[in-house]
Design a protein around this ligand. Structure first.
Ligand code: PEP
Ligand code: MN
Length: 359
């Protein structure tokens, strides 16, 4: 494992030492960029974000305005004195962005998941005499090693002003989030690379405007080093991510709320709160998994009904309990606890299947 001991601070941090980056998901026009930049700069935001090349899930979607939009960022920078940040996915993007005066670049979640693409960017960075600051978003899949590997490739290229962006992980199935936060993964990153700044992207975690402030507040309370938030002068008309963008006044209100609430909390209280929030997240995951398990058990109930099988299958039950106790023992969990838990879970499962069989 490379050591990350020579990291240098990222530019653009505010008076509280937090890096706040805000701006539209995509740069759409010169006017849009100027309007949003002026409003955000007035609210104390020092770094302006905008996507120029957008990786879309489906072909035919809005893929960004491309190179022409770099000039809009440069104009907004000249008008406000803000630093600018954009996403790059290829060496060509990197060179175009830097030539146009972009100050901070980030690697998006889809690109970060591809070691070939990250290595191409790392090689291009290695060849530059002056390295720009680089932020690496977490890869779409919840794999801390893939994230750390991407960070390591960029660091090995000589980038010392390096940071990570937590933007959550692709979900399948129901979730209140667009991308589940799975806070334990950025915590693991922090444990493994303590000197690395990690900022949170509540916009892509939340996926909807109403939830952005909650996620942003949680992230700050949990000790993240800053935020990257999407803001658009007219979110409903945004060409990408229209559901999750804030208006500049909403964003400025959120930032001043966060500033007011960041009182000096003793270190032990902060740690305790972080651990408790972590436990809350894990419990919510357990509830989510329990609901998924019950749904599958109901599907099994349907099959048993069709084939006239009984709900209770003693052999299956005994084998399941033995398996769960053995798996738990490997992780230091007592067989007594596991037997109690799975007896309860199994009883509920059988009760639900009986309802189906008797219906
Ligand atoms: C973005 O920041 O607009 C973006 C495309 O994000 P992500 O790479 O996290 O999906
Ligand atoms: Mn976006």
């Amino acid at each position: 494992m490379a050591d990350f001991t020579n990291l240098q601070p990222l530019p653009g941090a505010d008076a509280n030492g937090r890096l706040i980056i805000a701006g539209p998901c995509s740069a759409e026009s010169a006017e849009q960029m100027l309007t949003v930049a002026r409003a955000l700069a007035a609210g104390g935001v020092r770094v302006l974000r905008a996507g120029v090349w957008k990786p879309r899930t489906y072909p035919g979607g809005f893929e960004g305005c491309g190179e022409v939009a770099l000039q809009w960022l440069a104009d907004a920078k000249a008008a406000t004195g803000m630093l600018t940040a954009t996403e790059v996915a290829t060496p060509e993007h990197l060179h175009l962005a830097l030539d146009a005066g972009v100050d901070i670049i980030w690697i998006g979640a889809r690109t970060a998941a591809d070691p070939f693409a990250v290595q191409l960017l790392a090689d291009a960075l290695a060849a530059l005499p002056v390295k720009p600051p680089v932020l690496v978003k977490n890869p779409v899949s919840p794999d801390p090693d893939l994230w750390i590997g991407a960070l390591q490739r960029i660091h090995d290229a000589g980038v010392q002003r390096l940071g990570a962006i937590h933007r959550g992980f692709t979900t399948y199935g129901n979730s209140i989030y667009r991308n589940r936060p799975r806070w334990s993964i950025p915590f693991e990153l922090r444990r493994r690379i303590p000197a690395l700044p990690i900022i949170c992207d509540p916009s892509h975690i939340a996926g909807r405007t109403e939830l952005v402030a909650t996620v942003a507040g949680e992230a700050i309370q949990m000790g993240f080093d800053g935020l990257i938030i999407e803001a658009h002068p007219n979110p409903q008309c945004a060409l990408s991510d229209s559901r999750q963008q804030l208006t500049p006044p909403q964003l400025c209100e959120l930032l001043s709320h966060l500033r007011r609430n960041s009182s000096a909390e003793p270190a032990h209280a902060q740690l305790l709160r972080q651990y408790r929030q972590h436990i809350d997240q894990i419990d919510h995951q357990l509830i989510d998994l329990l609901a998924q398990r019950m749904n599958i058990s109901a599907e099994i109930g349907q099959i048993k009904k069709q084939h006239d099988l009984s709900a209770m299958q003693p052999q299956r039950y005994a084998a399941m309990l033995a398996d769960r106790c053995a798996a738990g023992a490997d992780l230091g969990l007592s067989p007594d606890l596991l037997t109690k838990l799975w007896t309860l879970i199994h009883e509920e499962s059988v009760r639900r299947q009986l309802q189906i069989l008797n219906h």
